[in-house]
Design a protein around this ligand. Structure first.
Ligand code: DX5
Ligand code: ZN
Length: 228
């Protein structure tokens, strides 16, 4: 079981008419990051926010902005999201032919770089990039929408990536933590989070659970930290 879990509420489940308030609420509830989902209507069928909205969220909170971009050709958008306040930009392995160049460019902009993988993408594709990014996001639903059911097969992928990190001494420079960041996103609640954390995930994204299922966001966040 991994300790020092980071909680990243997904603002996608918040009220889009009050994004600044929602960002503030996430901060007040004791989260570590605000997770912002950017969708282009091509890589995924849904459309969400752009840099202007991200900038508004950035003004409303001091929290670290964990920005997940589900768009083709992410390289072309890096600068705009960096300028809008992203602290980490995570793009999809499946969305570009230039994974390495995009990771390098994000680092050149002095923010963290994350690499996301769809549930059906083989774990073999993850290993070569572990030393080149700050975080790996293993999607536990098909990207595109909040409120979907967790895909349990991804838990094994988490376990394999954590094992690979341990065996090869791959650790994270992020947040001074000695552990490499493995993030899971989609269908995360208390039960599925436990499976992922036991397998080695240390960053949990959750929208529906924290915005619609728990009575108090702060209580939900605390539960997901599995301190006891
Ligand atoms: C889905 C997004 C998720 C989504 C998670 O493509 O990447 O971040 O908001 O929402 P829940 O927790 O409702 O599955
Ligand atoms: Zn996401």
């Amino acid at each position: 079981m991994v300790h020092n879990i980071k909680i990243a509420p997904s603002i996608l489940s918040g009220d889009f008419g009050r994004l600044a308030d929602e960002a503030h609420r996430i901060e007040q509830a004791g989260a570590d990051y605000v997770h912002v989902d950017i969708m282009d209507g091509h890589f995924v069928p849904n459309l969400t926010l752009g840099p202007k909205a991200l900038s508004a969220i950035n003004k409303a909170t001091n929290l670290f902005l964990d920005v997940h971009i589900m768009i083709y050709n992410p390289f072309d958008y890096v600068e705009r999201f960096v300028e809008a306040g992203a602290d980490r930009l995570t793009f999809h392995f499946e969305a570009t032919e230039d994974v390495e160049g995009t990771l390098e460019y994000i680092h050149k902009c002095h923010i963290e770089a994350g690499l996301a993988f769809c549930p059906e993408t083989s774990v073999e594709f993850v290993f070569p990039f572990l030393k080149k990014c700050d975080l790996v996001l293993l999607m536990t639903v098909h990207p595109g929408f909040g409120g979907q059911l967790f895909i349990p097969e991804v838990v094994e992928k988490v376990r394999l990536v954590r094992k690979f990190c341990d065996r090869n001494n791959i650790c994270g420079k992020v947040n001074g933590s000695a552990i490499f960041n493995i993030e899971v996103d989609g269908g995360i609640n208390e039960e599925t989070a436990r499976l992922c954390v036991e397998a080695g995930a240390n960053v949990l994204v959750t929208g529906t659970y924290l915005f619609n299922e728990v009575e108090e966001m702060s209580v939900g966040i605390e539960k997901l930290r599995f301190r006891s």
